[in-house]
Design a binder for this molecule. Structure first.
Ligand code: NAD
Length: 420
């Protein structure tokens, strides 16, 4: 069925934890020790969907260590993985704008996958889209709603696929919950918690509190899930934010003074169909959660509607392992399954971290073959740039609310969402 589709050339932007599992301080100690993007693309190349690969970062001197890390932990673990890729910047140079040279070497219809610091997503995505390149950008797609609106317009103008990598939409529990919420009537209340241990303040030292905040970093996940569940039920009208502080800015973390610990966004939702039904969303994210909690990301939420409720605890899935030295850990192979198959190949093709990238690759190939239009994916309810605009609206409004200590309105003007 898919045999006449051409293989896709893909440039990975960012060479860090999510792409390779290699961070500034060596191999990641999180739950992504060998990354997600590189591994998935190497496997999709083995399976015939992807062809030429590239990787662009800022510091070309990191590539020998990255290649060694990939050779040992991917090449040495899974059979038949071709780990070749072009690197940018070349020759060990340092260049924050190397993504331009790397994208210039692509041709229209190729693709980029962006996992770089939040403040760089827009610049890289717009550069690629304007050159006819399909884009998969990690969350938060952009920090400003105006930038998100520009990406929607540019993707439409250049007829490219632009998805936001909201992998939780492919988690079987979350997607089942979305389907069930559709029959629960009017929305009333949503409460989400997501946190990571305080040690992340060391991992994120380069940008924490300076270039982005914990709400953009973690609440983006559950705000997107809530917006997705409510897409035909209600729309957000107002955001008020509150922040807890004092841990990140104290010993031993000593982050910059404006770093918040825990951010809560309180959002008013108006029913689309019923003027009298209004709901409340509460989205909290923290990077000062306890160490040794047994999970890397605590994550749970509660949804209440007219005719019922939904409770999800995605951190604890009824699967835990206790080891003498390290204590109890709850693992999540439904996201990325790293243990090899019986034949020695990578075996995580059903993980939602993998599926999220594969859906984008499939969409870009179908559009290149003329089988689909980019706008078809908006109708399918996938996390396209157009379908995720309210997630950015809420996150951006939350940041303004914290900075300006006021409530921020969200409204629609024509077909565009704006902040007041
Ligand atoms: N790590 C995770 O678990 C995870 C999960 C989901 C989404 N994300 C998102 O991924 C992004 C960060 O990626 P990461 O977690 O791999 O972080 P990281 O800090 O480990 O890596 C960031 C990478 O971006 C590169 N980079 C910075 N500026 C660049 C530029 N101008 N051009 C090209 N590359 C540039 C850096 O060199 C580095 O390789 C964030 O937006 C984050 O929200 C991360």
């Amino acid at each position: 069925m898919t045999s006449d589709l051409s293989k896709l050339n893909v440039l990975m932007c960012g060479t860090g934890e999510y792409t390779t599992g290699w961070t500034g301080s060596g191999a990641s100690k999180s739950d992504k020790k060998i990354g997600v993007v590189g591994l998935t693309l190497f496997d999709l190349r083995r399976l015939g969907k992807v062809d030429h690969l590239g990787m662009v970062g800022v510091n070309g001197k990191k590539f020998p260590a990255i290649r060694q890390h990939l050779a040992e932990n991917i090449g040495g673990v899974y059979k038949d993985m071709d780990l070749t890729f072009d690197e940018f910047p070349k020759g060990g140079s340092v260049d924050p704008e190397a993504y331009k040279a790397a994208i210039d070497e692509l041709k229209p219809g190729d693709a980029v996958i962006i996992f770089t610091p939040d403040s760089t997503h827009y610049d890289i995505a717009i550069y690629a889209i304007e050159r006819g390149i399909h884009v998969l950008v990690t969350k938060p797609a952009t920090q400003l709603l105006s930038h998100h609106n520009e990406l929607i317009a540019a993707a439409k103008k250049h007829s490219v696929v632009c998805f936001v990598e909201h992998h939780k939409r492919f988690d079987p529990v979350y997607s089942d919950a979305k389907a069930r919420a559709a029959s629960l009537g009017e929305f009333n209340f949503f409460n989400a918690w997501m946190s990571q241990p305080k040690s992340q303040l060391e991992t994120f030292r380069a940008w924490a509190g300076k270039d982005s905040d914990i709400s953009y970093y973690l609440s983006s996940h559950h705000i997107d899930i809530c917006c997705w569940i409510l897409q035909d039920i209600a729309y957000p009208t107002r955001v008020v934010a509150s922040a807890a502080t004092g841990i990140a800015t104290s010993d031993p973390y000593n982050c910059v003074p404006q770093t918040e610990d825990t951010i809560t966004l309180l959002v008013d939702w108006q029913s689309i169909k019923s003027p009298k039904h209004r709901g409340t969303g509460v989205y909290t994210a923290s990077w000062t959660a306890p160490l040794k909690a047994g999970v890397h990301s605590a994550q749970h939420w509660y949804y209440m509607a007219e005719k019922g409720d939904i409770n999800v605890d995605q951190a604890h899935r009824g699967y835990d392992i206790t080891v003498d030295d390290t204590g109890k850990t709850w693992y999540n192979p439904f996201y990325m399954k790293y243990s090899p198959s019986e034949s020695g190949h990578f075996d995580g093709q059903r993980g939602y971290g993998y599926i999220s990238i594969e859906k984008f690759i499939d969409a870009a190939r179908s559009v290149n073959a003329g089988r689909a239009q980019p706008s078809d994916y908006d109708k399918h309810g996938l996390p396209t740039i157009a379908n995720t605009v309210l997630t950015t609206a809420i996150l951006n409004a939350g940041r303004i609310s914290l900075d300006e200590k006021r409530a921020v309105g969200i409204k629609k003007d024509g077909d565009q969402w704006l902040l007041e």
